[in-house]
Design a protein around this ligand. Structure first.
Ligand code: ADP
Ligand code: MG
Length: 233
């Protein structure tokens, strides 16, 4: 479903070149729960942005559902970004002056989901993350973990099949992080694909498989939960 073949991405800062991704090859199947793990600056967010069609590679190929990304039209890509993929970020990216339910509803307004259907999905999604009782609260009236659950509900409501999460537990204490990870496990059990990006090995190893990345290079794209390959960074 997600295939990188020798993907490179180079940033130019003045005369210097940063190889954010350096001939990276990965293969993620439908329904997998994969973590992409590496230290700060290793290229994880660059990889997520390309997977999420928010950025494009400088060289190499990205095949999504068997088709090279450049063969999709702009409107198809927009649809993939808004409907197929649920994005979850470290900083939650909620809109501060909207309530939890309004935050969850907003993307569906852009997607032109009919009002009644929207309201139904908002209810369901907030129940799903156990925040039904907090739907009238604004982000600053919620804890970090609750805000992240609103962000996950917002992703769920659009019914994506792929959840792309960049350091989703990075701003949370470990107990709250575990609750968030439990939600990802539940979403995985329901058949969704989960790609979790983290610098934290203890978070990464909760996925069924880890892809290690260092200096833009993929170190390990093998091993299942049963036979994990450990790569020392
Ligand atoms: N927009 C950008 N302009 C210049 N350099 C960038 C940009 N984005 C990322 N980089 C550089 O690319 C490398 C990989 O960054 P990133 O993908 O954000 O890593 P990570 O998410 O693993 O911390 C880093 O050296 C970073 O400084
Ligand atoms: Mg990052």
């Amino acid at each position: 479903m997600i295939v990188f073949e020798d993907v490179s991405k180079i940033y130019h800062i003045g005369d210097a070149e940063v190889h954010a991704l350096d001939h990276a090859s990965i293969n993620i199947e439908d329904g997998e729960f994969v973590s992409i793990v590496g230290p700060s600056g290793s290229g994880k967010s660059t990889m997520m942005n390309i997977i999420g069609c928010l950025d494009v590679a400088d060289s190499g190929r990205y095949l999504l559902d068997g088709m090279p990304i450049e063969d999709y039209s702009e409107s198809e890509l927009a649809k993939i970004r808004s409907k197929k993929i649920g994005f979850i970020f470290q900083n939650f990216n909620l809109i501060g002056n909207l309530t939890a339910e309004e935050n969850v509803e907003l993307p569906m307004i852009y997607q032109k989901v009919p009002r009644e259907e929207r309201k139904k999905r908002v209810e369901e999604a907030l129940e799903r993350v156990q925040l039904g009782a907090r739907k009238k609260h604004k982000p600053n009236e919620l804890s970090g973990g609750q805000q992240q659950r609103v962000a996950i509900a917002r992703a769920i409501a659009s019914r994506p099949s792929l959840f792309l999460a960049d350091e989703p537990t990075g701003n949370l204490d470990s107990a709250t992080g575990k609750e968030i990870m439990k939600l990802f496990h539940e979403l995985h059990e329901q058949g969704n694909t989960i790609v979790l990006i983290t610098h934290d090995e203890s978070v990464a190893e909760q996925a069924s498989r880890s892809i290690h990345i260092l200096d833009g290079k993929v170190l390990d794209d093998a091993g299942t939960f049963a036979g994990r390959k450990k790569v020392r960074l």
